[in-house]
Design a protein around this ligand. Structure first.
Ligand SMILES: N[C@@H](CCC(=O)N[C@@H](CS)C(=O)NCC(=O)O)C(=O)O
Length: 235
C-alpha cells in the first residue's frame, strides 16, 4: 500500500490533509496518550473521531487497521522507507513517534530501556488493572453482589500506585528531570482513576503524595490540556 487511499480506513474517515499523520481515536485514557504526545512534539496531524456510541471501532474499515477493535490507531503517510505505516497499540505508537521525532525518549541506550520499562509498567499493569477497577467500581460491575473482584482490583491498583509513588519520590517525572513517554502513558490513567472513575477513596489515593504532585504538574502542561480534548466530539 503506497498511498493513504489504499487503506480502507480512509474510506470511512477521509484524509483532508493526506500529507499529515492520521489519528483515529477518542479522548479516553489510552486515546489521549497519543494526542498528548502529538501536541507535545508538534508533529502536524489530522484527528478522526472513532465513536463508541455508533460502534465505529467494530466497523470493517476500522478493523482493517486494527483487528483488535480498540483505539488509538494511526496511519503515518511518511513511515519508514517513506512508505505509509499503520500502527495500533498506544505503547507501540508512543515509541514509534518518539523515535521518529527524536523527542521524549532518550537516545542513550540505558535511559531508553529504563523509560520503556516504565512504559510497559503502564501497559501491562496500570492500564489493565485501573480499567478493571473502573468496571467493578463505576460501571456494570458495581451492581455485582460479590465484591471480591472489585476489592482485588482496588488492592492491585493501590499497590501499583505505591510502586509509582516510591519511584516519584525525589523525582520531577518518572525519568527524573526529563519528561518522557512514560509520563504520557501513566498520568492519563491516574487522572481517570481518581477523576472519571471516582476511585480515589477505594485506592487510598491520599497516601500517594508524590503521584498527586506529578499528576498536578502533568495536567498543567498546555499540550496535555489540548490533547485531553482531541479528537473533539462530533457537533
Ligand atoms: N492496549 C491497548 C488498549 C486500547 C483500549 O483498551 N482502548 C479502549 C478505549 S480506552 C477501546 O478502544 N475500547 C473499545 C472496545 O473495547 O470496543 C492500547 O493501549 O492501545
Amino acid at each position: 500500500m503506497h498511498t493513504l487511499s489504499d487503506f480502507p480506513i480512509t474510506h470511512k474517515w477521509p484524509a483532508l490533509h493526506p500529507e499529515r499523520l492520521q489519528l483515529y481515536s477518542l479522548p479516553t485514557p489510552n486515546g489521549v496518550k497519543v494526542s498528548i504526545l502529538l501536541e507535545e512534539i508538534g508533529l502536524p496531524y489530522e484527528a478522526h473521531l472513532v465513536s463508541f456510541a455508533t460502534n465505529d471501532q467494530t466497523s470493517p474499515e476500522f478493523l482493517s487497521l486494527n483487528p483488535n477493535n480498540k483505539i488509538p490507531a494511526i496511519l503515518d503517510p511518511h513511515g519508514p522507507g517513506g512508505k505509509p505505516l499503520a500502527l495500533f497499540e498506544s505503547g507501540a505508537i508512543l515509541i514509534y513517534l518518539a523515535e521518529k521525532t527524536g523527542k521524549l525518549l532518550s537516545a542513550d541506550p540505558a535511559t531508553r530501556y529504563e523509560t520503556l520499562q516504565w512504559l510497559m509498567f503502564q501497559m501491562g499493569g496500570i492500564g489493565p488493572m485501573f480499567g478493571q477497577l473502573g468496571f467493578f467500581h463505576k460501571f456494570a460491575g458495581k451492581d455485582f453482589e460479590d465484591k471480591r473482584p472489585r476489592d482485588r482490583y482496588a488492592a492491585e491498583s493501590s499497590r501499583l500506585l505505591a510502586v509509582l509513588d516510591q519511584r516519584l519520590s525525589g523525582r520531577a517525572w518518572v525519568m527524573g528531570d526529563d519528561y518522557s513517554i512514560a509520563d504520557i502513558a501513566i498520568f492519563p490513567w491516574v487522572r481517570n482513576l481518581i477523576g472519571f472513575y471516582g476511585a480515589a477513596e477505594i485506592v487510598g489515593f491520599d497516601k500517594y503524595t508524590h503521584v498527586a504532585r506529578v499528576l498536578e504538574a502533568f495536567v498543567a502542561r498546555p499540550a496535555v490540556q489540548s490533547g485531553l480534548l482531541i479528537p473533539k466530539a462530533a457537533a
